[in-house]
Design a protein around this ligand. Structure first.
Ligand code: ADP
Ligand code: MG
Length: 369
């Protein structure tokens, strides 16, 4: 059969923000919302891509397009074809139909859900035999070099390696993804997501600036990435840097890595109800040291905590997007209502509030295999 349907989930990062490009740790989970890609081979060297997402126009481009040729939403599709072909896989043209339940620009990584859905589908359709880590690296190349967003590999690893009932410990230096049990329902917990509707674009520069500062700090410290100084006391590391902004950026990265590992230890010990303070500390670090939160995000976190959430933090690259709040299942509605009320009081547009659980990663629909 010359057609396949594959899908890949969005992700929520439980903890570990802006650590991936520093060779560090993150703890994402694949969420139930997914993007589906239906791919049918064409013989004319052309890709015709269409999406059901509002505001997207169908796009038509050469299968051997280069970065810059295709812009807008279809660049995410063109980028995957480009990355596969650039790696030597002679992937032919195709009709690509995309459908998704992952909200776009909400910090749930709809862009990677789209890229991973296309990548796993092409991998299966053409029998390329690429493992998930290789696909994640190809998707990263597509996003970095074709789309032009300087993102790390965490989102793709979560989308590709996600497992029902597990969060994924991603080690960016080792490029490994290890499932860690996190059965929230069994522990009587809920993970509430608040999409603030304040949308960012990764290509805007705030993310790139943070990344550049970390790279400059690593260069000053004489290391490849900040991961290499992770085992030194944070105070010793930052005492070697003069610039106050750089000190705070580095302090965030190092303390955030430690919080990820502390969270993993609690989850492995079967104590998921105790990770709340780590989530809240992560938020304070993103707000004060990394300076990537915005008023709406801070309001959501404060309202959730005031209403009894066990912990809350922004998730995703920042400058808007989503907040997660860990609550006792019984407190879920109270926390959600408190966040909505706080947004109303501040005159913010209503947020979208929903719950997620750790769900399965990318895959091929069996009926099309
Ligand atoms: P995020 O990945 O956090 O949702 P990004 O700005 O990185 O935000 O990616 C969002 C962009 O990805 C959209 O503007 C659109 O170009 C593209 N995209 C994501 N999902 C889809 C989809 N289902 N159909 C078409 N384009 C999509
Ligand atoms: Mg994205």
């Amino acid at each position: 059969m010359s057609e396949r349907t594959g899908s890949a989930p969005g992700r929520v990062n439980l903890i570990g923000e802006h650590t991936d490009y520093n060779g560090g740790f993150a703890l994402p989970l694949a969420i139930p919302a997914r993007t589906t890609a239906h791919v049918r081979t064409r013989e004319d060297g052309t890709v015709v891509a269409a999406s059901t997402a509002p505001g997207t126009e169908p796009a038509r481009f050469a299968v051997d397009s280069s970065p810059g040729d295709v812009t807008g939403w279809a660049a995410y599709v063109a980028g995957v074809f480009w990355a596969l072909r650039d790696a030597g896989h002679d992937v032919p043209g195709a009709d690509v139909r995309v459908d998704s339940t992952v909200p776009s620009g909400a910090g749930l990584s709809s862009s990677h859900a789209l890229e991973c859905a296309v990548a796993v589908t092409l991998n299966d359709l053409h029998g390329l035999g690429l493992d998930r880590t290789t696909l994640a690296l190809l998707v990263q190349r597509a996003e970095n070099h074709y789309v032009g967003a300087p993102t790390g590999a965490m989102d793709q690893m979560a989308s590709l390696y996600g497992q029902d009932g597990h969060v994924i410990l991603f080690d960016a230096r080792a490029m490994t993804a290890e499932p860690v049990p996190c059965d929230l329902a069994a522990a009587g917990l809920s993970l509430v997501v608040v999409d603030t509707k304040v949308h960012h674009e990764h290509t805007d520069g705030g993310y790139g600036a943070r990344r550049a500062t970390c790279e400059a700090a690593a260069a000053l410290l004489g290391v490849q990435t900040l991961r290499e100084v992770q085992d030194e006391p944070v105070g010793d590391v930052v005492s070697k840097l003069d610039d106050d902004v750089m000190v705070r950026r580095v302090r965030h990265v190092l303390t955030e890595n430690a919080r990820v590992l502390d969270t993993v230890a609690l989850l492995r010990a079967g104590r998921p109800g105790e990770i709340g303070p780590l989530l809240t500390a992560s938020h304070a670090s993103m707000r004060d040291d990394y300076e990537i939160t915005v008023a709406e995000v801070d309001t959501a976190v404060e309202a959730a905590l005031s209403a009894g959430a066990l912990g809350a933090r922004m998730t995703g690259g920042g400058f808007g997007g989503s907040v997660i709040a860990l609550t006792a299942a019984a407190d879920e509605a109270r926390v959600s209502d408190a966040v909505r009320a706080a947004f109303d009081q501040h005159g913010y547009a209503p947020p979208s509030v929903f719950t997620v659980r750790p769900a399965a990663g990318a895959g091929i629909e069996e009926s099309t295999q």
